[in-house]
Design a binder for this molecule. Structure first.
Ligand code: CU
Length: 173
């Protein structure tokens, strides 16, 4: 009789284990408290972050003043060439999911803002890839950020695992 329940629980556990990373990826608010603005030092902000598959970028800015344009490659990014843009968002609170490893390039679509430095490139690591060490340890001016591991295993998930383990124990499995 317990067999069905048992296999159901095991299925749930495996399912949770596989979906956790994606479901609870970190949210990176671009530019920190300053947001997606022309004056934000986006390079410094990005270098203090670790981006992983399943994480999200949240662009917050004054609607109408800026936008979020994704560029296809480094060449277009360096040249501020928006003619082949992959996508464009302009809601003022735009979420971009990082769904695969590799580089992603963003800029603002407002005339002159890309040239003015309103651009962001992120390197997205796979879920278990080790973050590369900072280029120079002396140049850490930004405040430390919360580890993405914290987001990967939130309390609710641990509680859920505990509950399932308890049930399994009760069933003398
Ligand atoms: Cu802008």
């Amino acid at each position: 009789m317990y067999r069905v329940l048992r296999s159901l629980l095991i299925t749930i556990m495996i399912g949770l284990g596989m979906s956790t990373r994606g479901a609870f990826g970190a949210k990176h608010e671009v530019g920190g408290s300053q947001g997606w603005e022309l004056s934000t030092d986006l390079d410094s902000w990005a270098s203090a972050q670790t981006f992983r598959v399943g994480d999200q970028l949240v662009f917050k800015y004054t609607k109408g003043l800026h936008s979020v344009v994704e560029l296809a490659n480094k060449k277009e990014y360096d040249a501020c060439d928006l003619s082949n843009a992959l996508s464009s968002l302009s809601d003022g609170s735009d979420v971009v999911k990082l769904d695969k490893p590799g580089h992603k390039y963003f800029t603002c679509g407002t005339m002159g803002h890309c040239q003015g430095g309103m651009k962001l490139k992120v390197k997205v690591l796979s879920t278990d890839e080790k973050a590369s060490p900072q280029a120079s340890p002396s140049s850490t001016s930004s405040s430390p950020t919360i580890s993405s591991a914290f987001y990967a295993y939130p309390p609710s998930y641990i509680m859920m695992m505990g509950l399932i383990s308890a049930i399994l124990l009760l069933l003398r499995w």
